[in-house]
Design a protein around this ligand. Structure first.
Ligand SMILES: *[C@@H]1O[C@H](CO)[C@@H](O)[C@H](O)[C@H]1NC(C)=O
Ligand SMILES: *[C@@H]1O[C@H](CO)[C@@H](O)[C@H](O)[C@H]1NC(C)=O
Ligand SMILES: *[C@@H]1O[C@H](CO)[C@@H](O)[C@H](O)[C@H]1NC(C)=O
Ligand SMILES: *[C@@H]1O[C@H](CO)[C@@H](O)[C@H](O)[C@H]1NC(C)=O
Ligand SMILES: *[C@@H]1O[C@H](CO)[C@@H](O)[C@H](O)[C@H]1NC(C)=O
Ligand SMILES: *[C@@H]1O[C@H](CO)[C@@H](O)[C@H](O)[C@H]1NC(C)=O
Ligand SMILES: *[C@@H]1O[C@H](CO)[C@@H](O)[C@H](O)[C@H]1NC(C)=O
Length: 480
C-alpha cells in the first residue's frame, strides 16, 4: 500500500514536470523517452540535469518524430460483467508516454495508475497501450481518452457503453398488496438495467392481460398510484421492464378487502311435501365470507335431518325436504366477514312459479314450475291506452317433470299496445303475477296473407322488390 502511494506521488510529480516543460518548450522525442524511463523507475534527479541541458543545442533535436495514434475513435458496446479492451495503437510503439483518462480524470500514465481508488478492475494490457477493464459495470460507461504526451499532443476518444438487461429489483404494493376498498394503492417497480429500462404496467382481466391506461391511475417514473380502489381492481398486476437489451417482468396480487355480496340462483322455488329442493346461494367477499342460512329469521340447524348445507368456494347449497306446510317459507342466505354482511332471500313455496315470460311479435312464451298439477293458466292483457282488461284462459300443456312450457299466439285482438301478465293455479294455490311484458299487437297485413295463399304466382311482386329493381335500373342508366 505504502509502495503504491509512493509511486503514485512520483508519477504525479513527473506529470507536473512534463506539463511545465511542454508549456515552455517544444517537447522532443528524447524528453518523452526520458519521462517514460523516469516513470519506469529511473532516479528523478536525472530530469534536473536534462532540464539544464535543454537550452543548448541538442544533437538529437532534428531526429524528433511525432507519434501518431493509429486506432480510430470507437464506440464500445459491451454487456455487463465482460472484459473490454479499449485499443490505442501508437506508432512508433516504444516511443512516447501514453496517458489514459476517463472524462478528463487521468487513469494511467504508462502502466502507472493515477488514482488509488476504484482502479482495481482497470489495467494496461501487457505489451500494448490498450486499456483493459474487467467485469464491466454500467457505471463504467463514459468517454475514455488515450493521449500521447508530446507537443502537440494527440489523443483519441473512445466511448464505452455498458449494457445490462433489465432486472426487476423489487415489485411491491402498499400495505403488502392488501387494501380496503375505497383506500389508495401504490404499486412500485424498482428496476435496474442499462440503458435505464422503461416500465410498463398491466393487469390480468377476463379479457386477458390489459395494459394500464392513464385513467387507471397516476403514473410516475417507477410507480402507479390508484386512488379509491374498487373490488374489481383486485387481481394480478404485472410490471415489465424493457431497454432494448432485454426485458424482465414481475407480478403481484392485489387483494381489495370488502364486505360480502350475496347472489341467489332463484328467488322463488316451488316444491312439494317430500320433494327435495336445492336452494343455491353464492357470496363473494374479501376475505372469503362465512355463509349461513336462516328460515323465517331463525338460524337453520344444519344438524337437522331436514337440511343439508354444502359449500364449494363461494357457493353454498341448502337442500331441504319439506315434511309439512310449515316447512315452506323464506330462507335467507347470510354472508359475513370482518368488513360487513349481506343477505338475500329465497322463498320456498307450494304455489306455481311463473318465469321467463317473453314476447316475439304476437307470440308469447313462458314457463311454469309446479310439482303440484296445474289447473289453470291465465293471461291478462291490459290495453295501455284505454286501461281496460281482457282475461284469457290458456290451455294447460302437458308437463315435462314439474315444468310447463307455454306458447300462445295472440289473435283476434284490437290492434293496440298491451301489458301482458301471466298467472297460474295448481291444486294448492294461485301463483303470483309474472313480471309484466309489453306487447304491440298488430293485425296481419291483408296482402301478405294473400301472397302466401297464392304462393308461386309470378305476378305477386312485393312493393319493396319493385322499388329495389327501380333503383338498380336507375344506377345502371347512370353508369353508361
Ligand atoms: C451501441 O449502442 C447504441 C445504443 O446504446 C447503438 O445506437 C449503437 O448502434 C451500438 N453500436 C454498435 C456497434 O453496436
Ligand atoms: C478526448 O479527446 C477528444 C478528441 O481529441 C477531445 O475532443 C475531448 O475533449 C477529449 N475528452 C476529454 C474528456 O478529455
Ligand atoms: C406480505 O405478503 C407476503 C406474501 O403474500 C408474505 O409472505 C409476507 O409475510 C407479507 N409481509 C407483511 C409485512 O405482511
Ligand atoms: C390521479 O390524481 C388526481 C389528483 O390527485 C386524482 O383526482 C385522480 O383521481 C387520480 N387518478 C386515479 C386514477 O387515481
Ligand atoms: C348446488 O347445487 C347445484 C345444482 O344441484 C350443483 O350444480 C352445485 O354443484 C351445488 N353446489 C354445492 C356447493 O353443493
Ligand atoms: C337481511 O338484511 C336485511 C337488510 O340489511 C336485514 O334487515 C335482515 O335482518 C337480514 N336478515 C338476516 C336473516 O340476517
Ligand atoms: C277496450 O275498450 C275499447 C273501447 O271500448 C275496445 O275497443 C277494446 O277492444 C277494449 N280492449 C280490451 C282489451 O278489452
Amino acid at each position: 500500500m505504502e509502495l503504491r502511494r509512493l509511486s503514485l506521488c512520483l508519477a504525479l510529480f513527473m506529470l507536473a514536470i512534463i506539463m511545465q516543460r511542454s508549456d515552455a518548450h517544444s517537447m522532443r522525442k528524447r524528453d518523452a523517452d526520458d519521462a517514460y524511463e523516469g516513470l519506469m523507475g529511473d532516479e528523478a534527479n536525472d530530469d534536473e540535469t536534462q532540464n539544464d541541458a535543454e537550452g543548448g543545442n541538442d544533437p538529437e533535436e532534428e531526429e524528433s518524430i511525432l507519434a501518431v495514434i493509429q486506432t480510430l475513435p470507437t464506440v464500445y458496446n459491451v454487456t455487463v460483467g465482460k472484459t473490454i479492451r479499449l485499443e490505442c495503437r501508437v506508432e512508433p510503439a516504444d516511443g512516447p508516454v501514453i496517458q489514459w483518462s476517463r472524462n478528463k480524470q487521468p487513469l494511467f500514465m504508462g502502466h502507472l495508475p493515477m488514482i488509488s481508488k476504484g482502479i482495481e478492475r482497470f489495467s494496461i494490457a501487457p505489451n500494448s497501450n490498450d486499456l483493459l477493464i474487467s467485469d464491466v459495470k454500467p457505471s463504467d460507461s463514459d468517454v475514455y481518452n488515450c493521449s500521447v504526451l508530446q507537443n502537440p499532443p494527440v489523443e483519441i476518444e473512445h466511448t464505452l457503453s455498458v449494457h445490462e438487461a433489465p432486472r426487476i429489483v423489487r415489485f411491491s404494493a402498499s400495505d403488502n398488496g392488501t387494501v380496503v376498498e375505497g383506500s389508495d394503492l401504490l404499486l412500485t417497480c424498482d428496476v435496474a438495467g442499462s440503458p435505464p429500462p422503461q416500465i410498463m404496467w398491466s393487469k390480468e382481466t377476463d379479457a386477458g392481460n390489459v395494459r394500464l391506461q392513464e385513467t387507471d391511475g397516476n403514473f410516475s417514473l417507477n410507480s402507479v398510484f390508484i386512488q379509491n380502489i374498487k373490488r374489481e381492481q383486485a387481481g394480478k398486476y404485472y410490471c415489465y421492464a424493457i431497454n432494448g437489451v432485454g426485458n424482465a417482468q414481475a407480478e403481484l396480487t392485489v387483494k381489495v378487502l370488502h364486505k360480502p355480496q350475496v347472489r341467489v340462483h332463484h328467488t322463488v322455488i316451488n316444491s312439494a311435501v317430500q320433494v327435495e329442493a336445492v336452494l343455491q346461494c353464492s357470496a363473494h367477499g374479501e376475505p372469503t365470507p362465512s355463509i349461513s342460512w336462516y328460515k323465517d329469521g331463525s338460524l337453520v340447524d344444519s344438524a337437522s335431518q331436514q337440511y343439508v348445507i354444502t359449500r364449494d368456494g363461494p357457493h353454498s347449497n341448502l337442500t331441504v325436504v319439506p315434511q309439512m306446510d310449515q316447512d315452506f317459507g323464506t330462507f335467507t342466505c347470510v354472508a359475513r366477514n370482518n368488513h360487513g354482511k349481506h343477505n338475500k332471500s329465497i322463498e320456498l313455496v307450494q304455489r306455481p312459479v311463473v318465469e321467463e315470460l317473453d314476447v316475439v311479435g304476437n307470440k308469447l312464451t313462458w314457463k311454469v314450475h309446479s310439482h303440484q298439477p296445474l289447473e289453470t293458466i291465465e293471461l291478462q292483457l291490459r290495453d295501455m291506452a284505454m286501461g281496460n282488461l281482457t282475461v284469457l284462459t290458456i290451455p294447460v300443456p302437458t308437463s315435462k317433470g314439474h315444468e310447463y312450457e307455454v306458447t300462445y299466439v295472440l289473435d283476434n285482438l284490437t290492434p293496440a299496445k298491451y301489458e301482458a301478465v301471466v298467472k297460474a293455479k295448481n291444486t294448492k294455490e294461485w301463483s303470483r303475477n309474472s313480471d309484466p311484458m309489453v306487447v304491440e299487437y298488430e293485425a296481419q297485413p291483408m296482402y301478405i296473407q294473400h301472397a302466401s295463399v297464392l304462393g308461386g304466382n309470378s305476378h305477386s311482386v312485393r312493393p319493396s322488390t319493385v322499388l329495389l329493381s327501380t333503383v338498380f335500373m336507375y344506377l345502371l342508366v347512370r353508369m353508361f
